[in-house]
Structures are given as C-alpha cells and as structure tokens.
Write a protein that binds this ligand. Sequence first.
Ligand SMILES: *Cc1c(COP(=O)(O)O)cnc(C)c1O
Length: 395
Amino acid sequence: MNDIDWNQYALETQAIRAGHHRTHEDEHSIPIFATSSYVFKSAADAAARFTGQQVGNIYSRFTNPTVAAFQDRLALMEKGERCLAFSSGMAAIMAVGMGLLKTGDHVVCSRSVFGNTVLMFQNYFGKFGVETDFVDLTDINAWAIAIKPNTRLLFLETPSNPLIEIADIRALADVARAHNCLLVVDNCFCTPALQRPLTLGADIVVHSATKYIDGQGRCVGGAVVASEEIIEKYIYPYLRTGGATMSAFNAWVFLCGLETLAVRMKAHCDNATILAQWLVEQPAVSKVNYPALTSHTQHELAKIQQSHFGGIVSFEVHGGKEAAWRLIDATKMVSITANLGDVKTTITHPATTTHGRLSPEVRAKAGINDNLIRISVGLEAIEDIKADLAIVSKN
Ligand SMILES: *Cc1c(COP(=O)(O)O)cnc(C)c1O
C-alpha cells in the first residue's frame, strides 16, 4: 500500500486510501502524530535535514506526517501537484497573497467573494501597497479590462456566496494566461468532488476545509493546492516562516471528512435540488438562486463545469430584513449559524452576518439584499427540512 501510485485511482478511492504511509505498527486507521518536533540520529543528520539534503521531519510547524497525509490526499483529489494545509481558510488565502504579492502589485478579485477575503485584500494587502480592484464575477470583459501591467493575481469563488453565481473558470484561465497573471479559485463550495479548477486551467486552488471537507462542523482549517513550483517557491517558505499551521488533530478530522466527501456531496446536492425546486413554488419566496434551476443565468455553464449543482441555496422573500428575520426565527430544527457545508442544515441572513462588515454600498453592488436568506442544505430528511421552513408556504 505504501508504494501504490494513487494517480491511477478514482477520486472516491483516493479520498479513502491515499496519503497514509502505514508505519511499523501496521495500523489500519491513520495515526495522529501528536509531536511538535522530531529526533535526529546525529548532529550531522540534523544539519542535513535543515539544509534539505536529507528528507524527513523537522518540526511540526511545517512537517507533520498526519498533516502531510491530508495534503497528499487533497492534492491528488484536486489533480494538483502539491498541497499545503493551513490553520484556516483565511490563513490559506493570506498565504497565497504573502507568498506571491509585493508592494506595487495589483490584484483583480471577484466582488462576490467571502467577506473576509474582500477585507484581506482591501485592508491588509492594501496596507502594504497592493491594490485590488473588484469586478463582477460573471463579466469576463470586466476582468480583462481591470487587468493592468502590474496585475499578478485574479481571485474568485465559484459558485459564489451567497448568490450562487457561476464563473467560467476556463475562460478566466485564458484571460489570466494572456496577461501573465495567476488564476486563484476558492473551491470551497464545490470541493474536488464536484469541480476541479486546476483541470480547467486555474493555477491555484484554495480551500476552507472548515466547510464540506470536514463536513460535520468540528474544525477550522484550510489548504492551498498548486504546481510543485508555485508551492515550493512561494507558499511553502511562507508557511514555514509565517506559521499558520494545521494541527495534526485537525488534519486527522479532515482526513476522515475526505473519506466520505463524495457520498456526502451527492446527498447534499440531491437535497438542495429538491429544496430549491420547492422554494420556487412558495408564495413568500420572490427569487431562488440555485444553478439546477433552468431560470439560473449560468445553468448551462454549471452543467458543464460541475458534476452536480452544490449544496447551497439562497433565496429572497417578499418584504425586507424583517420578513427574512421572521422566517429565520420561525425555524425549529435548522441551525441559525453562518457556517456551511455541515450535515446539519444551516440558515443565515448574509446582509447582517457574513457580509455585515461590508459597507451598504459594497453590499448593494454585490446584490446582497436585505431580504436574502442563505441555506446550506444538510443531510436530514428533506421532508423535515421543508417542514421547518413551512412559513414560506404562507402569503
Ligand atoms: C469560510 C470560507 C472561507 C474562510 O475559511 P475559514 O476556514 O473560515 O477561515 C473562505 N472562503 C469561503 C468561500 C468560505 O466559505
């Protein structure tokens, strides 16, 4: 098992078996290596490890076998050459910026990215002289026009949060290549089970493992997947120095999460499709955002680019914030929480939570209205999820 070439295997198999190098204890389940450092056989060995002449573990800020197993497994699943794990999704995004950007560089970012990602580029990279322009996710021309001679990165999420818009990764990868920029895709909503951006031309995938990869809302973590060159030259040196490391315990939880990812994603998508179709018919609902619906602007693109439509549905209700809050407060079972990608269905009001720190103008421009509700559809019986939202059936 230690010398199988997992590239030859399907994603479902990689997710269960790849990355584990069985030790002399013959364990079946992967061990949690709870150790901060490693012992060298001699002073010469220690020196050889530190210079990189000898491969092996040094210190768990940047080498840990449990974390390495998670990294190797996720790299295979994303069809990337190498993956590095981080302490959170935001730490992974920060690592991409810290590794690849310098003062005077320019970034073009989708307007519809995670709220903290906007703040990261605007407030923190901005503070050090990196300028970011935000564009409409689905407007390819806007991306091309926004690119300047000093543009280094294009950054997007697809499907977007919370409007579930779909970007054409292949088309944007062409734009990036033509202008010598790198395309970064936050693949949190789809996971490699539904979409593999690197196979569509993206250069870097970032993840919040906190969401579907964990799948049961236990740990916070993140990852960057890219070519060996990008990781070795730009991301790994930053991780080793910056230290936003994933713990061995969290890596173990995420490894368990990956094992069931494909079946969970399929079940999330099936439930979400039924729920979206039902919501469309409810009198209190004025609009439903879900790419399986033929009314969705990028329905055809989603069908080609993703293997299924995802587990997140958002919708608008008649009335404003009050109507949205009333609906959320009327639920009994569904969890009111900003987290997503959990087996438990969660409901949130983006305008006052996940996107509440954005200015009202930025929010309005991104189309996040006060009557918008986002649901991360869980794996409870779909009839029970519908029953919990029954208030939408009333006028
Ligand atoms: C949650 C999330 C992040 C941030 O990840 P954390 O693990 O919470 O730091 C980044 N991108 C997307 C799309 C997310 O949903």
